[in-house]
Design a protein. Structure first.
Length: 385
């Protein structure tokens, strides 16, 4: 504690604030993440918008992590408008992201699962409330960045098959040989302490899909394992500590082990296991992390044109094979319907890419379910550019 206190006094410009606001929808809302409507019947644990403000001089950045499947531009733009009016933090300095829980409400209009319009319309207000509450809690701060590795809890979903091909998923029993893709084992932590050395907030980053509890465990609302992560960190440091989970590039990463195990495979017990494991890892990293001076915070947002997927012969053949089957699963029917109705051949999408800087620490925000190799590329050029 004395070391943190001394470092904060040498580098006084940084202040911080942290808060969380409950965003749990009403029971009866449809749950996102799968290809059929699941109506929630209870709340296992509350969902939150968790906000962290970092300020140096006249400049501030805000990071908000929401226990949701996604937050689309319609939501984030409305929230940023509230935040600008009420806190004067510029939109390009506000990064709003989702943990990607599959046991939260649908937030994307026009999908398979219906949204709750009343709750969804109030979501930007709730996100802005979290930022406003964080701004009201500002304190002299010192940040401690840290890094560790966890290689036994995440697995790539790409498999090498016996015929040499690669398949997203294991395929039929006995067809796969081994995983064909990598994981990103890095666990990144940002400890935010006040000028007495007391932990006030923690940011945890790791690439692992938040689809652990799943639909087979019951139709209840839950933050899944990031909620367990936050709960366990609060148990150690105090209920007022705010833990933000920022998911990495995990589009092809999940928790399903390749190997025989007596440990939980899925459901609430698996979420609790992961929450404890990652909380323990994050605490270990944070307790060893040295303080670093921060003289500048800044942000940037760019809209880039990226080509849409163009329907190809190989995918057409796969769809025809599905169409020939008698009983399609909900996912298979979804694939057929989406392929047939795909309107984006030869078109481009306008995609928002965002970066925040805290001294030599960078946060990069990408929309969608990004595969792990893209994360490796970003980290490579952040380090070596």
């Amino acid at each position: 504690m004395s070391q943190s206190h001394a470092s904060a006094s040498v580098h006084p410009p940084l202040t911080a604030g942290a808060a969380q606001v409950r965003i749990t929808p009403p029971i009866g809302v449809s749950l996102a993440g799968y290809f059929q409507d699941r109506v929630s019947g209870s709340v296992r644990d509350d969902l939150h918008a968790r906000a962290l403000i970092l300020r140096s001089g006249e400049d501030s950045i805000a990071i908000v992590s929401c226990d949701l499947i996604s937050v689309e531009l319609k939501i984030t733009n409305a929230a940023k408008a509230f935040i600008l009016a009420e806190t004067n933090i510029r939109p390009e300095h506000v990064l709003i992201c989702a943990t990607h829980t599959h046991t939260g409400p649908e937030t994307r209009e026009g999908r398979v699962v219906p949204v709750n319009p009343k709750w969804l319309s109030n979501l930007p207000r709730l996100i802005a409330d979290a930022v406003q509450a964080a701004c009201a809690s500002m304190f002299a701060a010192c940040v401690h960045p840290g890094q560790g590795m966890e290689e036994g809890l995440s697995f790539n979903r790409l498999f090498r098959m016996k015929d040499g091909s690669e398949l997203f998923g294991r395929g039929k029993e006995g067809e796969s040989i081994a995983p064909a893709g990598d994981i990103d084992p890095e666990v990144l932590v940002l400890k935010v302490a006040d000028d007495t050395g007391r932990l006030r907030a923690m940011v945890v980053n790791h690439a692992l899909h938040v689809d652990v509890i799943g639909g087979s465990s019951g139709n209840f609302i839950s933050a899944d394992w990031p909620g367990e992560l936050a709960k366990n960190i609060a148990t150690v440091y105090g209920d007022d500590v705010v833990t933000l989970f920022l998911n990495g590039c995990c589009g092809d990463i999940n928790h399903c082990t390749y190997f025989p195990t007596e440990l939980p495979l899925r459901g609430p017990d698996k979420a609790a296991q992961l929450g404890r494991a990652f909380a323990g890892g994050a605490i270990n990293i944070a307790e060893k992390a040295e303080p670093t001076p921060i003289e500048e915070v800044s942000g940037m947002l760019r809209v880039v044109d990226i080509p849409y997927y163009k329907r190809e012969e190989k995918m057409q053949h796969y769809v025809e094979e599905l169409r020939a089957k008698e009983n399609l699963s909900a996912f298979e029917q979804y694939v057929v319907d989406k392929f047939d109705a795909w309107p984006f051949d030869d078109q481009t999408a306008e995609v928002s890419v965002q970066a925040l800087r805290v001294g030599d620490i960078a946060f990069v925000g990408l929309p969608g379910e990004i595969f792990v190799d893209h994360g490796f590329e970003i980290k490579h050029y952040c380090i070596f550019s």
